[in-house]
Design a protein around this ligand. Sequence first.
Ligand code: PHE
Length: 449
Amino acid sequence: MKNRDGFSSKMGVIAAAAGSAIGLGNIWKFPYVTGTNGGSAFIILYLVAVVLVGLPAMLSAFIIGRATHRNAVGALKDLAPGSKWHWVGQMGILGAFLLLAFYSTVGGWTLEYIYASAAGELSGLDTESLKTFNSQFIADSTLSIFWQAIFIIATGWIVFFGVQKGIERYSKILMPMLFVIIIVLDIRALTLDGASKGIEFLFNPDFSKIDRNVILNAMGQAFFSLSVGLGTMVIYGSYIKKSENLGGIASQISVADTLIALLAGVAIFPAVFAYNIDPGAGPGLIFVALPNIFSQMPGGYFFSLIFFILLGVAALTSSISILETLVAYCVEEFKLKRKSAVFTMMSLLVIAGIPCTLSFGPWADHTVFGKTVFDLFDFTVSNLILPLGGLALLVFCGWIMKTETVKNEFTSFGKYGDALFPMFYFLVRFFAPIAMVLVFLNQLGVFAK
Ligand code: PHE
């Protein structure tokens, strides 16, 4: 316990788990994948995935963690000794590493936008100049690798000094502030000329846009945004007190996480249509769309600066959870000292992050399976490792763990625990895993006519 005591206080754990979930996944990734997947119909699939698959998987992760007090690999070894289940944990570790490698590219962009906002470089620029600013910056390898390294070092610094608790204390104030500033942006965005087109894109479903890739992308995004499938939530679960209501915590986190993603969408798409930005523009979308809103509102300089600072904090509270997943694994499974674990991982990540960042510059044309390194890492994590890890958590909790143990952990779900358990158990044993297997088979073309 001592090695991971950064997460030991009660409110701290919940704030840390919420901080892990709410991050770039909500504000950067959700809008851009909504854009590249055709809008509203994708959002419906995403919401269905959060409720019927993501939330039960998060709860399963908490249950596995709290029943064992171990990291994901150790927990699976404890609960199914001598089996191959721990490989699921190892896959999650690989996923966490790949995830942080490309997450830090975007973390670095956020830092650059804090700097640019502070220096007034974005003030008064029109849409074309903002697009140029973005494309020049992300293609400038030296500058973007510099910011990426700073982002990784900042993450490592926080984990190294074990100051998560401090960060959590601040994030309890800063995350509500992020929420408020997004609402302000929503109001500004909704009053732009041409806002209605954006709202239609978000909420008027066009089911012809759904194909098998869209379905898998929606499921992957649900796991990405909820931080479920890599072992992160297993670790948080291991710190949650026995008296806490796991179902309540998982539901609150999922609602807050989804709400922030939707509100970010409402801030971005009206602007996308009002300023003639391509909704399918990809990873740069928010960095082009939002500065347009800032430059059109009173106090834009101030809002832009505060927004990017808060986005940076949200990104950090997620990245520390990813690094913590890697570090807890090295410490508990390899008996590495915490300091060496942090340092080794940080150095490897700085190296592995470089090709991700170069994907937007000189390596833009270097593709594997038609994808840049950035896209390949993202695809591997979001569409393969996270959903497969999530599926494994469900199957493990539903079929491998003793019903008694699962029920014991679950029924701390307040007075409704006993009543809700059969529904949860049905979702975990049958509905969610079967639905996920069908999505995978569909992706492989099994149901193609
Ligand atoms: N959920 C985080 C985000 O939305 C990313 C994350 C995924 C963090 C998986 C930890 C584990 O930004």
